[in-house]
Ligand binder design. Structure first.
Ligand code: ADP
Ligand code: MG
Length: 618
C-alpha cells in the first residue's frame, strides 16, 4: 500500500504522491511505476492492451491532437496532419535537419535560420516541445486513469547523446504537459537500472547498452562504479532502426510483384497496407519460420532466412557502430562485462545472435526490450521518492564548488561530498566606490587558490547602481539540481539586479582526475594555508589603504598637516610590506595605520553625529 497522510490544513486524506517513469521514445512511449505492494517496476497498461503508446500525433480537422495507435492509422493516408518522430526535432534548428528534410513527410517550417524548428499543420505552428507535450499529456492521463490518482511528477529518459538544449526541451515539454520533471536520465542508464546493474554500492562493471528502436540505433558504453553511472562513449545511427527492416521487406515484395514506386506513390492505401503487413511479418518471424499474408490481390510471403538476408547489411552497420564506441572508450569487446539489449527491434533473434557473437558472450534479454527503459526510469523515480535509501549515495558532489574572491582565493559554497540537490548562498560586496560590475568565476576543486582548481564558468553581474565600496550586497547562490546541473545566480539585493548561469559541474572529469585533485589538496595543504593567510592579509591591506585615502581626500579640511603626513607615511610602510610579501609585517603595518587614524576618525565621527543631532528637532 502507498502511504496515506492527513493534510493538516484541510483535514482531508492524502495519498503519498506517485512519481512515474517515462520513456519518451521516437517511435513508442510508455510509463512505468514501482508496484506499491510488490516493490518491483511494472509498466502501466489497460488489462489486455499494450503499454506502448505510438509517439504519433494526428491533428483532426478541428485541430484536436489525437495521440497513439489512433493517430498512427493516419500516418500514410494523411501525412501532412500526422506527426511522427517529433523527438528527432527536439532542440534542433532547420539547419540541423536540412540533410534529412525528406524524412519528414509533414511540413517542417523552413525559415532558413538557426532558430528552432516548427512544424506546420494547416495554419497552425507547433514547436517540437509542444508536440512532445501532447504525447506526455496523453501518458499522464493514461496513468491517472489506470492508477485512479492524480499524477504530477515524473522522471523522463533521453538518449545519452542529447545535449543541454535537447534535455531542457524535454524538461519544458514535461512542464507544458503539467508534469514536474524531477529528473532527466539517460536511456542506457535506465536500461541498466532495470536490470539491477549498479544497484549495489561496491559493484564495478563495464556495460554496453545496445538499443535498436523503430528509427534509431544507439550503442552506449557505461562504467558503473560506486553507484555512479559514467558514459564512456556513445555511437549509433540516428536514421537506422526497425522501420528500415519494414521498408526492406516492402521493397522485396514490390520487386516480386513488379509494383513500381509511382504506383505506391499514387495509391497511399496500398503503401500503408504494405507497410503494415511488412511490420506484421517481421514481428511474426521473430518467433515463426515463415510469414504468409496478402494485400489486395497480392499474396505476400517471406521466410525467416529471406528476412535475415534482407536485414543483414543493416545489422552489420550497427556492429560497425559498436566497434567505434569501443574504440572511443579505449576498450575491446572482451572488456564488456554485461550487454543489455533494448528497443523493440532487438526482439529479432538474428540481431541478438549477431550482437552476442560480436561481444563473445550471451546478452541480457530477460526484460521486454521495449519496456526496459521505462522500467529503469521507474526505479530512478523510486530512488528520488526516497524509498530506496541505500542508493542516495549516488548523488554527491565529487569536488567542492565555489567562486573566486579577492586575491584569487577559492571561497567554497558547496563542499565536496554534499548531497544533491543542494542549495546555498553567501553575500559579497564591492571593493571600489561606484563599482558597477562584479565578475563571478565558478571553480571546482579543493585547493585554496582558484588557479590550482578547475574553472567551470564565469559571468559578469552588470548594472550595479553606483554606491560606495562595501555597500552593495551581492548574494551569490548555488543550486545543484537533481540532474547535477549547477545554477549560479548573483543578485544585488539593494537594487534587485541579477544575473544567472547554468553550469554542468561533474561532467568531463574522470575518476583519476578527481582523485588527483583531492590528493593535490592534501599534499599542498600546508603551503595552501600559508598562501591563503598572505592573500588575506594583502586583501585587507589593500582595502584599508583604499578607505584611508578616500577618507583623507573627503575630509582634508578637517585634518591637520601632521595627521595627513603621518598617515601618508604609514600607508607607504604598509605598501612596502605588501611588496615584500611578508604576512607578519603586513599585519603589523595594518595595525599601525589603524592606530594612527583612529583618533582623527573618531573625532570627525563625533562631529558628524553632533551636527546631525543639531539639525533634528527633538
Ligand atoms: P523507440 O525506442 O524508437 O521508440 P521501440 O523500442 O518501441 O522504439 O521499438 C520499436 C520498433 O521495434 C518498431 O520498429 C517495431 O516494429 C519493432 N518491434 C517491436 N516488436 C518486435 C518484434 N517482436 N520483432 C521485431 N521487431 C519488433
Ligand atoms: Mg527507445
Amino acid at each position: 500500500m502507498a502511504k496515506i497522510g492527513i493534510n493538516i490544513a484541510t483535514g482531508s486524506l492524502q495519498q503519498e504522491e506517485i512519481i512515474i517513469g517515462i520513456d519518451l521514445g521516437t517511435t513508442n512511449s510508455l510509463v512505468a511505476i514501482i508496484h506499491p505492494e510488490e516493490k518491483k517496476p511494472v509498466v502501466i497498461k489497460e488489462h489486455d492492451s499494450s503499454a506502448l503508446v505510438p509517439s504519433v500525433i494526428y491533428f483532426d480537422s478541428y485541430g484536436n491532437a489525437i495521440v497513439g495507435s489512433e493517430a498512427k492509422k493516419h500516418l500514410i493516408t494523411e501525412p501532412q496532419n500526422t506527426i511522427f518522430s517529433a523527438k528527432r526535432l527536439m532542440g534542433k534548428s532547420y539547419n540541423d535537419i536540412r540533410q534529412n528534410a525528406s524524412f519528414f513527410t509533414y511540413k517542417v517550417f523552413d525559415d532558413d535560420t538557426e532558430r528552432l524548428v516548427k512544424v506546420q499543420v494547416g495554419n497552425r505552428f507547433y514547436s517540437p516541445i509542444e508536440l512532445s507535450s501532447f504525447i506526455l499529456k496523453e501518458l499522464k492521463q493514461r496513468a491517472e486513469h489506470i492508477l485512479k490518482t492524480p499524477v504530477n511528477k515524473a522522471v523522463i529518459t533521453v538518449p545519452a547523446y542529447f545535449n543541454d538544449a535537447q534535455r531542457q526541451a524535454t524538461r519544458d515539454a514535461g512542464k507544458l504537459a503539467g508534469l514536474d520533471v524531477l529528473r532527466i536520465i539517460n536511456e542506457p542508464t535506465a536500461a541498466s537500472l532495470a536490470y539491477g546493474l549498479g544497484m549495489k554500492s561496491d559493484e564495478e562493471k563495464t556495460v554496453a547498452v545496445y538499443d535498436l528502436g523503430g528509427g534509431t540505433f544507439d550503442i552506449s558504453v557505461l562504467r558503473i562504479a560506486n553507484g555512479i553511472f559514467e558514459v564512456l562513449s556513445t555511437n549509433g545511427d540516428t536514421y537506422l532502426g526497425g522501420d528500415d527492416f519494414d521498408a526492406a521487406i516492402v521493397k522485396r515484395w514490390m520487386k516480386e510483384h513488379r509494383i513500381t514506386e509511382q504506383q505506391v506513390a499514387g495509391d497511399k492505401a496500398l503503401a500503408q497496407a504494405l507497410r503494415i503487413r511488412a511490420e506484421e511479418a517481421k514481428v511474426h518471424l521473430s518467433t515463426k519460420d515463415v510469414y504468409i499474408g496478402k494485400v489486395n490481390d497480392y499474396p505476400l510471403q517471406i521466410t525467416r532466412q529471406e528476412f535475415i538476408t534482407t536485414i543483414a547489411p543493416l545489422v552489420d552497420k550497427t556492429i560497425q557502430c559498436c566497434k567505434n564506441a569501443l574504440q572511443d572508450a579505449e576498450l575491446s569487446a572482451g572488456d564488456i562485462d554485461e550487454i543489455v539489449m533494448v528497443g523493440g527491434s532487438t526482439r529479432v533473434p538474428f540481431v541478438k545472435e549477431t550482437v552476442s557473437r560480436f561481444f563473445g558472450k550471451p546478452v541480457h534479454d530477460e526484460i521486454n526490450p521495449d519496456e526496459a527503459v521505462a522500467l529503469g526510469a521507474a526505479v530512478q523515480a523510486d530512488i528520488l521518492a526516497g524509498n530506496n535509501k541505500d542508493f542516495l549515495l549516488l548523488d554527491i558532489t565529487p569536488l567542492s564548488l565555489g567562486i573566486e574572491t579577492m586575491g584569487g582565493l577559492m571561497d567554497v559554497l558547496i563542499p565536496r561530498n554534499s548531497k544533491i540537490p543542494a542549495k546555498t548562498g553567501r553575500q559579497y560586496t564591492t571593493q571600489k566606490d561606484g563599482q558597477s560590475n562584479m565578475r563571478i568565476s565558478v571553480y571546482q576543486g579543493e585547493r585554496d587558490l582558484v588557479k590550482d582548481n578547475r574553472k567551470l564558468a564565469e559571468f559578469n553581474l552588470t548594472g550595479i547602481p553606483g554606491m560606495p565600496a562595501g555597500l552593495p550586497k551581492v548574494e551569490v547562490s548555488f543550486l545543484i539540481n537533481a540532474d547535477g546541473i549547477l545554477m549560479v545566480k548573483a543578485k544585488e539585493l539593494r537594487s534587485g539586479v541579477e544575473q544567472s548561469l547554468e553550469v554542468k559541474p561533474q561532467y568531463g572529469l574522470t575518476d583519476e582526475e578527481v582523485e588527483k585533485m583531492l590528493l593535490d589538496s592534501i599534499t599542498h595543504a600546508k603551503e595552501d594555508i600559508a598562501t591563503r593567510a598572505l592573500v588575506e592579509a594583502k586583501t585587507e591591506a589593500e582595502q584599508l589603504i583604499n578607505t584611508t585615502q578616500n577618507f583623507i581626500n573627503k575630509n582634508r579640511e578637517h585634518l591637520t598637516e601632521a595627521e595627513i603626513n603621518a598617515t601618508g607615511n604609514a600607508v607607504k610602510n604598509l605598501q612596502d610590506a605588501m611588496a615584500k610579501e611578508d604576512k607578519d609585517a603586513i599585519q603589523r603595518k595594518i595595525e599601525a595605520l589603524n592606530e594612527l587614524s583612529r583618533p582623527y576618525a573618531e573625532r570627525l565621527m563625533d562631529k558628524a553625529i553632533s551636527m546631525a543631532m543639531k539639525g533634528k528637532s527633538v
